[in-house]
Ligand binder design. Structure first.
Ligand code: SF4
Ligand code: SF4
Length: 321
């Protein structure tokens, strides 16, 4: 795989600083049952990095001490971490809102047959990737059979109340473009998804988030191989909108890797650009318990234009309305 960080260093991206911390995003490991071509984690079945129980305990201690009310669990397929359910259960006991970034097909995997029921019982918000409502496009990006597996999983979630009005069980879908283009406007695409998924499969969901592809890891490497990296970077830079800067997710989110080191976001984690909270090159979450992070500078590079281009892009979808 081609390295992208050397191509992203000469940043003209504006300096930004942290606001009050609202979300702890925890990457519990890079193991996944899929190997999608756009994966910014380079996740897959052969990855062995998984958060250990003692790091999970640090995450819970941080939540207890910080007053952060949202825990966003990601991976890989986060559910493949053997401590996933303990983390969810104990965070929920603290009254923390828990988000599971679910690839959907994991719900059909042997040994995970009761996962959907567990998520519903814990009232976990599910945010699930479905980069298109057309089978060919999804299978091309995420692997053969992923579309049909995703539809089966969505039906399972709907049957438990996910995506249904008044159930309180929130199911959001995530779209990202197939190629080196910006996502279309979020609201009309959400309408198109709703109409296709409802009429074709009887599926309901709450929201659609549109995300730009980051020029890093597998997607960045593919762009380099195809000679499209510079053109995509120019598109992101030329589409930068200053007003998106105020809402990029790193302002209010802290990302933790499987070993407990902290980053300003999951993309920086994948680029191995640690957050700077002192003279040391890397900081562990355990050292931040009880500390106020407001006003601290955020580590930026040129990939950050992927968050501010056009309508903007974050874990919660488009930034501009
Ligand atoms: S994009 Fe998600 S589902 Fe696909 S390989 Fe990466 S972590 Fe797994
Ligand atoms: S890539 Fe990360 S650090 Fe850069 S703007 Fe986006 S969220 Fe912030």
């Amino acid at each position: 795989m081609h390295a992208t960080l050397p191509l992203l260093r000469s940043s003209g991206f504006p300096a930004i600083a942290r606001k009050r911390l609202e979300t702890l995003q925890v990457n519990v490991g890079y193991k996944c049952n899929q190997t999608c071509v756009h994966c910014h984690v380079n996740a897959g079945p052969t990855r062995t990095e998984l958060m250990a129980r003692e790091v999970v305990d640090t995450v819970l201690a941080f939540l207890r001490g910080s007053g952060v009310r949202t825990l966003d669990i990601t991976g890989g397929a986060p559910e493949l971490n053997p401590h996933f359910r303990v983390l969810v259960q104990e965070a929920r006991e603290l009254g923390v809102h828990v988000i599971d970034r679910c690839n959907l097909t994991i719900l059909n995997e042997p040994g995970h047959e009761d996962l959907a029921e567990f998520l519903a019982a814990q009232r976990v918000e599910v945010i699930a990737s479905l980069p298109c409502y057309l089978e060919d496009n999804v299978d091309r990006q995420r692997g053969k059979g992923v579309f049909s597996g995703s539809i089966a999983a969505l039906k399972k979630l709907n049957a438990l109340g996910y995506g249904m009005a008044d159930s309180g069980l929130v199911l959001s879908l995530v779209y990202n473009p197939q190629g080196p283009t910006l996502p279309p406007a979020q609201a009309p695409l959400e309408d198109a998804y709703r109409s296709h998924l409802r009429s074709g499969y009887g599926i309901e969901f709450n929201r659609l988030y549109t995300l730009a592809n980051m020029p890093i890891q597998r997607f960045g490497s593919m762009l380099i191989s195809k000679g499209q990296f510079n053109a995509y970077m120019n598109l992101l830079r030329d589409s930068h909108r200053e007003e998106n800067l105020d809402q990029v997710m790193c302002r209010t989110l802290l990302s933790v890797d499987w070993q407990g080191y902290v980053y300003d976001c999951d993309f920086n984690q994948m680029l191995e650009l640690p957050a700077r909270f002192g003279p040391q090159p890397r900081t562990k979450l355990a050292d931040l318990v009880g500390r106020n992070l407001e006003g601290r500078p955020i580590v930026v590079a040129d990939h950050c234009f992927g968050c501010t281009a056009g309508q903007g892009s974050s874990c919660g979808g488009a930034l501009a309305s």
